[in-house]
Every structure is written in structure tokens, then in C-alpha cells.
Design a protein around this ligand. Structure first.
Ligand code: NDP
Length: 248
């Protein structure tokens, strides 16, 4: 980390930082000199990550967070403010993807996707927006998916949540009147633990082939870092990142 980065580093709160894209984003943004608050439910993973980032000269802290609980997300953003004096960037990254055909009626999994992928992002916006508006600026980064642009069998509910995050991001951008930057980052297949949560055997098997070509999570972290690094008057609205040659 350079001295310049120390002076210009932003305060970034990241949800779902315990693995995959969130973890890679934490490593990348810390290396860029930003100060981080990392949230997820697996605090052991977060604590380990904070130790590694700190050992590399970065600045990070961890806090247990369940994004399905609005009050916890509010407290998470408040904690970033208390720790670092401000919150510049909120990365709404936490997500789950228990795919299955609709006819299987795995309604508890539908609810979980809606609660984490959609309500979780809304909770993040509700927590960060007032703080950012009060300061006169800020940046909300929502991690969506290529599933925000196309629908495929077994993914109807997952796609619905990601289409919704895309709609929310566009609406927030239109309403932000020059003060808040809004970036939608939509990854294609990326190495992470996301597919581990698929309980439906057929969908799980199908995903094994679908996910055989995947980007490293650092590729998505780089895209987020790019959007964060732009000057305040530049708002990178949408970034879609796929593996080369991917049709999905
Ligand atoms: P991972 O499963 O590796 O990471 C998901 C993260 O979300 C974990 O840190 C997990 O932490 C967290 N999380 C899940 N539920 C909650 C919750 N209730 N409260 C707080 N945190 C929660 O997958 P990815 O890194 O791939 O996923 C990150 C985002 O990227 C998701 O939004 C996903 O939809 C999106 N995405 C991923 C793609 C891919 O191919 N990997 C492609 C397109 C989009 P914990 O369990 O510790 O709470």
C-alpha cells in the first residue's frame, strides 16, 4: 500500500465477504488502500481474512452480519461509520443460489433467495443511502449476475432476484441526482462457493458442466475496484464480466 493510497483510501463496507467474490474484493480493495468493514455470518472466515489483510499492511475489520435482517445491516453501516468516521462505498454482494425447477416447489429456497439476494440488497440501500445523502455523496455497488439479463431452467427465482437487483440499481441511479454513484456488477460464472448450496440433485449436476469454465473471483474484484477508483464525477453504471467465449 502506498502513502498516496493511505491518504485517498475510501471506507468500504462489503457484505458477503467471507468467501468468493466478496473475499476477493476485500483483498483487492485493501491492496488499493481502502479501509474496510467486512460482513457475513461466518465470522471465523472473516477474522482470518482480516488478519491476512492486516498482515499485508491493509486496514480491515469484521462484523457478523445477516443481510436478511434490516436492523443488522443498519448497525453494520453504522459500525463502519463509527470505526472510520464515514462510509464511502457500500458493496451489496451477499447472495445465495439454491437452483431447482419451479415444479419441485422448494419454496423455502425461493424465500431464502428473495430474502438474501433481493431484500438483503434493499436493506443495504436503506442502511447506506441516508448516511451517504447526509454527507452529500457515496457509492453503492450491487453485485448482480448475468442472470439479471437472461433466464434459464432451474434458475427462475434466482434470475428474478437478480433482474430485480438490476431494476433497483437503475432506479436508484435515476433518483440519485448527481450525488450518489450506483454501479451494477454482473458476473458470469466465477469460482466461488455459490453452487455448493444447490440441494436439487439434477440442478446440481447440470451446474457442474455449466460452471466448468469459470473466472477467478479476482476478475470481479478488479471490476469493482475499477468502478470505485473513478473520479467522483464518473459513475460506472453497469459492468458485465464473463469468461471469454462464454454464451451464458
Ligand atoms: P459465495 O457462496 O462464495 O459467497 C457468498 C457470500 O454471501 C458469502 O460470503 C456468504 O457468507 C454470504 N451470505 C450468504 N447469505 C448471507 C446472509 N444471509 N447474510 C450475510 N451474508 C450472506 O458465492 P459468490 O462469491 O459467487 O457470490 C457473491 C455474489 O456474486 C452473489 O450475489 C452471487 O449471486 C453473485 N454471482 C456469483 C456468480 C458466480 O458464478 N460465482 C455469478 C454471478 C453472480 P456467509 O455464508 O458467511 O454468511
Amino acid at each position: 500500500m502506498t502513502n498516496t493510497a493511505e491518504r485517498t483510501g475510501k471506507v468500504v463496507a462489503i457484505t458477503g465477504a467471507s468467501s468468493g467474490i466478496g473475499e476477493a474484493t476485500a483483498r483487492r480493495l485493501a491492496a488499493d488502500g481502502h479501509r474496510l468493514l467486512l460482513g457475513a455470518r461466518r465470522t471465523d472466515r472473516l477474522e482470518r481474512l482480516v488478519k491476512e489483510i492486516t498482515a499485508e499492511g491493509g486496514t480491515a475489520a469484521a462484523r457478523r452480519l445477516d443481510v436478511t435482517r434490516a436492523a443488522e445491516v443498519r448497525e453494520f453501516v453504522a459500525a463502519a461509520g463509527e470505526q472510520y468516521g464515514q462510509v464511502d462505498v457500500m458493496v451489496n454482494n451477499a447472495g445465495v443460489m439454491p437452483l431447482s425447477p419451479l415444479a419441485e416447489l422448494r419454496t423455502a429456497e425461493w424465500d431464502r433467495m428473495i430474502d438474501v439476494n433481493l431484500r438483503g440488497v434493499l436493506h443495504g440501500i436503506a442502511a447506506a443511502l441516508p448516511v451517504m445523502r447526509a454527507r452529500g455523496g457515496g457509492h453503492i455497488v450491487n453485485v448482480s449476475s448475468v442472470a439479471a439479463y437472461e433466464v434459464s431452467p432451474t434458475a427462475a427465482v434466482y434470475c428474478a432476484t437478480k433482474f430485480a437487483v438490476r431494476a433497483l440499481s437503475e432506479g436508484l441511479r435515476q433518483e440519485s441526482a448527481g450525488s450518489i454513484r450506483v454501479t451494477l456488477v454482473s458476473p458470469g460464472v466465477t469460482e466461488s462457493e455459490l453452487a455448493d448450496g444447490i440441494a436439487d440433485p439434477a440442478a446440481r449436476e447440470e451446474m457442474r458442466t455449466y460452471r466448468s469454465v469459470a473466472l477467478p473471483a479476482s476478475a470481479i474484484a478488479d471490476a469493482i475496484a475499477y468502478a470505485v477508483a473513478q473520479p467522483p464525477e464518473v459513475d460506472v453504471n453497469e459492468i458485465v464480466v464473463r469468461p471469454v467465449g462464454s454464451n451464458q
